[in-house]
Design a protein around this ligand. Structure first.
Ligand code: GDP
Length: 452
């Protein structure tokens, strides 16, 4: 994580600020100068901005009016490799010669400096904040570490420095991830009784090479069966792990109870799957129960594919396909355009297309967009259709970053986000699907505003 160093003469509130940011009472804080003695490092999560903070309190000498050599050497050491320095002054006491000396010294350093006028609760610090401009270190952030006031302004000052570093680090982490080949695709096949799940699984296992014993997936207790699919498009073998569902078990009879079990089973399978294939019966079409299972898959953040089985006996195939497409898009408002594949478990037709679609969807589910490209897209989306201004006050969206994958998750930083209408959120998510290639996998969007 990027490091931020707190610097300032004794008794300006460095330890209080440290504690406020770290969120725990780690340091002994006292009005007497020089009470804290150890160099302390803490992890900060300030409204999603994550960094390490180093407190230099306790490095001061007794003589508060000079910059002692020891403090200077230690501070210099702490600044090496730091992303930023927070230079704290006491806005009620006003500037002292030592503040000015530290200020001059920091001006010469290459580390970005955030000037903090502390003890500014209420209006008490106004004149001190004004005076602080004379240090030539930019606009001072007035705050009260003790009362937690002004944290949003501190967030704003840190954001342009920390956020790019934080994101760089995430991208590096992901880069390592990316080099590691993804494991076998974890696939679950769910659907109502008689949709053809058992037939499909048998067909898949029969056509393809099993990695474990041939009975593994078909016994009652098994959890998964591993096999290898030969991808004809890539000309490559690709490992598949089929997650256990009711379709993999031997059953005597299909009863009403099983209809309910289908949903329960889907829930179980979804917990372990990356991609879930919802199998429909072409002779029955899309029914309410199917939509319920589909919605559950999406809610759980898994990638969904719809396979229409028994295509060999489908009447009016194109009418059927379009009808199901329409009903799916209506029924799953958050994800239009879920991949649909027509198959016949009996003949094996369409099974390669189904597995291709499953692997492709998993790639999207794992996909990450670089922050620069993401924000270029974001700026365009905001200028094409600016956020509304309820009550005359414009909602401000500043910055977007991808917080994770599997499923893709994004964080937008801004202000007045509580007022952002659902329709605008949908506008952004649909844009990501269309312009950034997130297709029809679940996409999570979180909003973060600086609040105290
Ligand atoms: P499950 O309850 O979902 O596991 O469904 P089954 O695999 O037991 O299949 C239910 C019925 O549909 C059986 O009679 C199968 O033979 C039949 N079936 C499954 N797949 C197909 C298919 O692709 N085409 C046709 N015509 N029938 C199929």
């Amino acid at each position: 994580l990027p490091q931020v160093v707190i610097i300032g003469r004794p008794n300006v509130g460095k330890s209080t600020l440290f504690n406020r940011l770290v969120g725990k009472k780690l340091a002994l804080v006292d009005d007497q100068p020089g009470v804290t003695r150890d160099r302390r490092i803490g992890d900060v999560d300030l409204l999603g901005l994550r960094f390490k903070i180093v407190d230099t309190a306790g490095w001061e000498d007794e003589d508060a009016e000079t910059l002692p050599g020891r403090m200077r050497a230690q501070t210099e050491a702490a600044l090496v490799g730091a992303a930023a320095a927070m230079f704290v002054i006491d806005s009620r006491a006003g500037l002292t010669p030592l503040d000015e000396e530290i200020g001059r010294w920091l001006q010469r350093s290459s580390v970005p400096v955030i000037l903090i006028a502390n003890k500014a609760e209420g209006k008490a610090g106004d004149s001190g904040i004004f005076e602080a401009y004379s240090l030539g270190l930019g606009e001072p952030v007035g705050l009260s570490a003790e009362h937690g006031e002004g944290m949003a302004d501190l967030f704003d000052a840190l954001l342009p420095i920390i956020e790019p570093l934080q994101v760089e680090e995430e991208v590096v982490e992901y880069g390592e991830d990316e080099d590691r080949p993804l494991g076998p695709i974890q696939l679950a096949i769910v659907g109502r009784p008689n949709a053809g799940k058992s037939t499909l699984i048998n067909q898949l296992l029969q056509e393809n090479r099993l990695l474990t014993g041939p009975e593994a997936g078909i016994t009652r207790d098994s959890i998964a069966v591993d096999w290898v699919w030969h991808d004809p498009k890539l000309g490559e073998d690709r490992p598949v792990r089929l997650i256990d569902t009711a379709g993999m078990r031997k059953r005597a009879k299909v009863t009403d109870k099983l209809e309910k079990l289908a949903v329960a089973d889907a829930r179980h399978a979804v917990d372990f799957a990356e991609v879930v294939v919802l199998l429909l019966d072409a002779t029955k079409g899309l029914e309410h129960q199917d939509l319920k299972i589909a919605a559950h898959v999406i809610e759980e953040g898994r990638a969904l594919i719809v396979a229409i089985n028994k295509w060999d006996v489908a009447e009016d195939p194109s009418g059927l396909f379009n009808g199901i497409r329409h009903a799916l898009d209506e029924g799953l408002a958050q994800v239009k355009g879920v991949p649909m594949v027509a198959v016949s478990a009996r003949t094996g037709k369409g099974l390669d297309a189904l597995l291709s679609a499953a692997f492709e969807t998993r790639d999207i589910w794992n996909k990450r967009v670089a922050t620069a490209a993401l924000n270029r897209w974001f700026d365009d989306a905001l200028s094409a259709n600016p956020p509304p201004a309820p009550g005359g006050k414009r909602i401000k969206l500043r910055y977007i970053t991808q917080a994770g994958v599997r499923p893709p998750r994004f964080v937008i930083f801004g202000t007045r986000l509580d007022d952002l209408p659902e329709s605008y959120r949908r506008y952004l998510v649909n844009g990501m699907r269309r312009d950034l290639g997130f297709g029809a996998v679940p996409v999570r969007l979180m909003l973060r505003s600086p609040k105290n």
